[in-house]
Design a binder for this molecule. Structure first.
Ligand SMILES: [Zn+2]
Ligand SMILES: [Zn+2]
Length: 237
């Protein structure tokens, strides 16, 4: 039974579905109505044991790319499929400064299967923005996501370990070869001693081709990281 105070709060500060803006009769996270929530796809099996690429049928196994060890990370997990309403919320978070969906996105992320499969990290590194983009935007969405998804590990989150010192063209606009060219030399490690022999968790908003996190993972592995895992809020298909 609702308390009188909770009812007053609902009247004074009504909550709305982040997907369709319908008024919600509750304030619990995630703030989605049942219809919008049922349209959000949580990523689950069958998928690649390493990079998380989904398969149509069968059991979890390694995909072709991971069998050939194309990636430098040990595990990549994403919480949700990158489709509406998640696409709009991530875009609003990145480009319109709308942070209102962050807590709900983090609640979905923390409830995901992928989140539960992550190892306990020694260090959590958000994928950095180029300093100029950081100045324009005022915040790094990957850092905000890391803080929202791992509040109990906040002391392990270090945004200053990796640096992006070249602005890159959005990866989605490029072919595989151009993507690697676009990213080569774009990142560097400012404090290599911090990653040596440590288990690192890299956090980003979307896993598209994996090229960005892979470049970061390669730098971390070369600096002696014991393990590199990736967690993204969403993954494209
Ligand atoms: Zn809705
Ligand atoms: Zn794979």
């Amino acid at each position: 039974m609702k308390t009188f105070l909770a009812s007053c709060q609902e009247l004074a500060f009504p909550s709305f579905c982040l997907g369709c803006q319908r008024r919600l009769p509750w304030r619990r996270l995630p703030l989605f109505c049942d219809d919008c929530l049922s349209g959000i796809t949580a990523i689950s099996s069958p998928r690649c044991l390493c990079c998380g690429a989904p398969f149509a049928t069968g059991e979890d196994h390694l995909c072709g790319a991971c069998l050939q060890r194309d990636f430098s990370f040990d595990l990549a997990r994403a919480a949700l499929a990158y489709q509406p309403p998640i696409t709009g919320l991530i875009s609003a978070l990145k480009f319109q400064g709308q942070l209102s969906g962050l807590a709900s996105l983090a609640a979905l992320a923390r409830a995901s299967r992928g989140f539960q499969e992550l190892s306990a990290p020694d260090l959590i590194l958000p994928v950095p923005l180029h300093p100029q983009r950081l100045r324009e935007r005022g915040y790094n969405q990957a850092l905000l996501l890391a803080r929202a998804c791992f509040p109990e590990r906040r002391a392990l989150i270090h945004p200053g370990v990796l640096l992006r010192h070249r602005a890159t063209v959005p990866q989605t606009a490029l072919s595989g070869t151009l993507r690697r060219k676009n990213l080569s030399g774009a990142f560097s490690l400012i404090q290599p001693h911090m990653v040596n022999n440590r288990k690192i968790l890299l956090v980003d908003d979307v896993f598209t081709t994996g090229s960005t996190v892979d470049v970061c993972a390669r730098i971390l592995s070369r600096a002696g990281a014991a393990r590199v895992e990736i967690f993204t809020l969403a993954k494209t298909f």
